[in-house]
Ligand binder design. Sequence first.
Ligand SMILES: C[S@@+](CC[C@H](N)C(=O)[O-])C[C@H]1O[C@@H](n2cnc3c(N)ncnc32)[C@H](O)[C@@H]1O
Length: 204
Amino acid sequence: MVYHFGEDREHKALADHEIMEEWLVPVMQAMAEEVAKDGGDILEIGFGLGVSAEMLMDFVPKSYTVIECNEVVIETYYNPWKEIHTDKNIRLVKGLWQDTIGALGQYDGIFFHTYPLNEDEYLQYVNASITFAEHFFSHASAHLKPGGSFTYFSNEIGSLSREHQRALLRHFSSFSIRVISLKMPADVTDTWWANSIVIVKAVK
Ligand SMILES: C[S@@+](CC[C@H](N)C(=O)[O-])C[C@H]1O[C@@H](n2cnc3c(N)ncnc32)[C@H](O)[C@@H]1O
């Protein structure tokens, strides 16, 4: 999504399309398959509209935990969603993942989809990184069971740069990628422009 300088998205009420645009739905589906197809204990970072959460539940995980910092997102999207899954083992951890993940255990699958919340995060996580998710690699590795998998999408179109691969291999034993074809709308307001995007599955 486009970041407007000076914005603070940790608590801000955002429109649906500002949280996630429709063209990302097939990307969410592919990522959900990568981490949840064998069930197990799943951790998601960032609830958003709950699109990926619902896809993860289709794989009937043993447990589903989500970390979400935005109270408006929790009230508008998470609380009603939780009501239709009262029979499932679901846990919400409120707050920034940076402040909360240390108290959590280990998971079979970790699904990572956040965005920069403020200017400092944008400069650090976007401008000064190989890929946005890089700042989360060490945390994902620390909270994965051996053989567990971590997924995110990369800002690359058809492969991974060598630097990106090296960064992954500093924290994970192996990785695989999938190129997802996209149908980009003419009126896209996000920063993405290409007809494909890469998703990564990294294995501890
Ligand atoms: C792009 S949305 C996730 C969309 C989701 N995958 C879906 O399918 O609807 C990103 C979410 O991550 C949350 N978020 C961003 N940074 C976070 C952080 N540091 N800790 C916890 N949640 C965060 C945002 O509030 C937002 O709800």
